[in-house]
Design a protein around this ligand. Structure first.
Ligand code: GAR
Length: 197
């Protein structure tokens, strides 16, 4: 079966993007990463992706209407034949128009146990609330911030003495396991649905 063509959007380090790329090398992985795109031309993850021989695209939104910026990203994804998009530390809100154009074909990883702690500073908020567990979630992207259907979650304990950084590091390890596994299951499911309809 042909591999699904995955595009990844990042804004920074790109460690989740790297975990998706590494998992894609397995023969039975249902996707290949055909483009890594970023709103930050200096994003560290872009350099790593290029070293792996993956096509990259960078477009800063600075000084440009949002619609124009997103049209450039959209064109790059379509030129690369992207079929599904994974957000991996992409820190910019996608417009309703962009989400509608890719409806049901964008997933995101978020560093909390959704529906808790949508938005930013998730680990500090989990610590401030005195939560005993924290974690990460993979969900379908809709117009509602961090609000689409959940595809998978992983939990970690909050330990005595944790700081936002130590908790983030523990959660990130789980993100690297959860994201490739969930994206693979999601795309296998989409393939099965397409063949049975
Ligand atoms: C990850 O922890 C990801 O869950 C989070 O940013 C980090 C990116 O790290 N994403 C969000 O907060 C999205 N709202 P990475 O660049 O090393 O993958």
């Amino acid at each position: 079966m042909a591999k699904r063509r995955l595009g990844i959007l990042i804004s920074g380090r790109g460690s989740n993007m790297a975990s998706l790329v590494e998992a894609s090398r397995a023969a039975d992985c249902p996707y290949e990463v055909v483009l890594v795109a970023s709103d930050k031309p200096a994003a560290a993850g872009l350099g790593w992706a290029a070293e792996q021989g993956i096509a990259t695209f960078a477009q800063s939104p600075k000084g440009m209407p949002k619609a124009e910026y997103e049209a450039a990203i959209d064109a790059a994804l379509r030129d690369a034949g992207v079929e599904a998009i994974a957000l991996a530390g992409y820190m910019r809100l996608l417009s309703d128009d962009f989400v509608a154009r890719w409806r049901g074909r964008i997933v995101n990883i978020h560093p909390s146990l959704l529906p808790k702690y949508k938005g930013l500073d998730t680990h500090a908020r989990a610590l401030a609330a005195g939560d005993a567990t924290a974690g990460c979630s993979v969900h379908i992207v809709t117009e509602e911030l961090d609000g689409g259907a959940l595809l998978g979650q992983a939990q970690v304990p909050v330990l005595p003495g944790d700081t936002a950084d130590s908790l983030a590091a523990r959660v990130l390890e789980q993100e690297h396991r959860l994201y490739p596994q969930t994206v693979a299951a999601w795309l296998r499911g989409a393939e099965t649905a397409a063949h049975s309809s």
